[in-house]
Design a protein around this ligand. Structure first.
Ligand SMILES: [Zn+2]
Length: 145
């Protein structure tokens, strides 16, 4: 990729990761709000934020303020939304405001996503490592800069 192309891609990546962070505000989870977008051919084909499955109460935490085990991560919500549509995530880019966990990394790999741009580092890097092992391009990008 030449310099101009790379700069353009970086500018686009920055805008999409910012959009993902705005999308995260939809999450009704108290402890943490995460947003994800899936982009293919410069089109947003899916979106997601962390939350309970459709039809469940919009509360993520139990009475002890622990995240309920059936809360879906933003990445899982974005990927499963595609499963209900006529779209395909094959070859797409995922923008996610937090470092993907290992469970989501597995889904990202199987969904055929080829690039992941994320903005918040996490102490555990096993998800990121798995994505890299699968040959997925992983890019860290802060939202602020
Ligand atoms: Zn996850």
């Amino acid at each position: 990729m030449d310099e101009t192309k790379r700069n353009k891609q970086e500018a686009l990546d920055k805008r999409y990761i910012r959009m993902a962070s705005i999308w995260a505000e939809n999450s009704y989870c108290q402890r943490r709000q995460v947003g994800a977008l899936i982009v293919k051919d410069k089109m947003i084909i899916s979106d997601g934020y962390n939350g309970t499955p459709s039809g469940f109460e919009n509360v993520c935490e139990d009475e002890n303020n622990l995240t309920k085990p059936y809360v879906l991560h933003a990445e899982a919500n974005a990927i499963t939304k595609i499963a209900r549509s006529n779209n395909s995530s094959n070859g797409a880019t995922m923008y996610v405001t937090a470092s993907p966990c290992i469970e989501c990394a597995k889904l990202i790999i199987q969904a055929g996503i080829k690039r992941v741009v994320y903005s918040e580092k996490y102490r555990l890097e096993d998800g990121i490592e798995l994505l890299k092992r699968a040959g997925i391009e992983v890019i860290y990008m802060s939202i602020e800069s």
